[in-house]
Ligand binder design. Structure first.
Ligand code: FPP
Length: 215
């Protein structure tokens, strides 16, 4: 969800106002996903690197997450959204961990899954999974990742003109299609979403194979 800071700066607003606009954009994008039949949406809300930002921004983001969880519970349950967090939860405050756990329990029956990456880094996730892994190959390894039970992403969208993966879903994105746009996350609207889906639908997904050849 890149570009919140720049969106705020353009409007002479504090960075946190950009993150608040980013949370509103997330609500909208969830609606677009559901209308399009997408069943899983994963958003990168806070990376293992984001702890290095100013204390003001970090604590503001943590407060924003906490109030999002608090304010949205009824709406998420009513809309059948299953909430799930990936990342190093033990980095978060005990209060936020408990709020996350409660929301995961309350929304467990949802049919649309919103995965929020918090204190998340792909390499960190892989190291933690490796410590749990007892052998058995890729499928067994995937069960040791934070995303166990969640399908790999088909499409990975990065907003605000950055052309990097930045430690996001390193294992899971092995065959994902990438879509980059200059649009800042808070401005990511239905038209932009439709453009991304349309670009995706035109891609030929071979997953390493050649159609019509081999097994
Ligand atoms: C990256 O933009 C965005 C973040 C580090 C935070 C994203 C968090 C939210 C949108 C908060 C709400 C999330 C939930 C799940 C309720 P940036 O700050 O790096 O922007 P910049 O590159 O323009 O400075």
């Amino acid at each position: 969800m890149d570009g919140n800071g720049r969106w705020a700066k353009k409007r002479l607003l504090p960075r946190l106002a950009g993150h608040r606009a980013g949370a509103d954009a997330l609500d909208r994008v969830m609606h677009y996903c559901r209308d399009a039949g997408v069943e899983y949406l994963t958003v990168y809300a806070f990376s293992t690197e984001n702890w290095k930002r100013s204390t003001e921004e970090v604590s503001g983001l943590m407060r924003l997450l906490s109030s999002y969880i608090h304010d949205k519970e009824k709406e998420l349950v009513a809309n059948g959204v299953r909430f799930r967090v990936i990342g190093r939860r033990s980095d978060l405050s005990g209060k936020l961990q408990a709020e996350i756990h409660a929301l995961e329990e309350a929304t467990a029956a949802g049919t649309f899954t919103l995965v929020v990456a918090l204190s998340y880094g792909g390499r960190d996730e892989i190291i933690r999974a490796a410590a749990r892994y007892k052998g058995g190959g890729e499928e067994e390894f995937a069960k040791c990742l934070d995303t166990a039970g969640i399908p790999d992403p088909d499409l990975l969208i990065r907003t605000s003109g950055e052309l990097r993966i930045s430690n996001f879903l390193l294992w899971q994105a092995a065959y994902a299609e990438f879509y980059f746009t200059d649009v800042l996350w808070p401005d990511f609207d239905r038209e932009e979403f439709d453009k991304a889906l349309s670009a995706y639908s035109k891609r030929e997904r071979r997953m390493g194979a050649r159609p019509g050849e081999g097994k």
